[in-house]
Write a protein that binds this ligand. Sequence first.
Ligand code: FMN
Length: 245
Amino acid sequence: MKITCFNGSPKGKNSNSQRIASEFLEGARQAGAEVENIFLVEKKIGYCRACLSCWIKTPGRCIQKDDMNELLEKCVRSDVVVFATPLYADNVTGILKTFIDRMIPALEPYVKRVNGETLHLKRYEKYPRIVVISNNAFPEQTHFQTLRLYFRRLARNMHSEVIGEVYRSAGEVLRAQNPLLKPVIQSYKKLLRKAGEEIVLQGKISAKTKKKLEKPLVPPAQFLKGMNRYFEKRLERLAGKGSRS
Ligand SMILES: Cc1cc2nc3c(=O)[nH]c(=O)nc-3n(C[C@H](O)[C@H](O)[C@H](O)COP(=O)(O)O)c2cc1C
């Protein structure tokens, strides 16, 4: 099984998205998958120009000379793609959305109706199944409502299905150096490896693992205190610097 992760965080290798994805991919690798981890921020990917050349003049290929044709090939040749993104304004990052917009050469221009709704025909026989990894700042799982729906819609349009979702609220906790949080983070990482393994061996994340993965890392009240203290300190430091100059 080939699994390719497309990481849409501007922080790339130093992102919380990567902290989560790397454990998930390691679990998948240990279960026998071939894994590849791609940081979209390091790639040259232009906006879709809506010229439709990829459907008319050069079917299946975009005319832009950037990294996208190669990335799209990697995507459609995978059995599973992992979209790993921080939550930005309740959605995926612009980096990931630009990548997703550029996926349209993977479809035919022709359309049909399925279950009362129109969609484009397949260009390929098989499309990768989808795993979503996202993390955000706030401590509630409800912030991922848009993503849950968005990736289901995307999967439908891409003749695919969402087979796993890892939504990590209060994801900034994963970056924390506080030794008291270390055991919590370690056991969360272990669960992520289990989720990766389950995707390879069972084709889904079990309900038990999913439930454990969605447990809060810290109580919301502690989170609020921590976040407000963090910004208070940063603003104070800046004000201190300002008054010295
Ligand atoms: C432009 C921007 C928009 C954001 N929007 C949200 C948001 O809507 N909800 C939320 O809970 N966190 C939001 N965040 C916080 C990030 O999701 C959070 O810091 C996350 O841990 C970053 O993950 P990364 O390290 O993988 O990039 C936003 C951050 C930025 C910079």
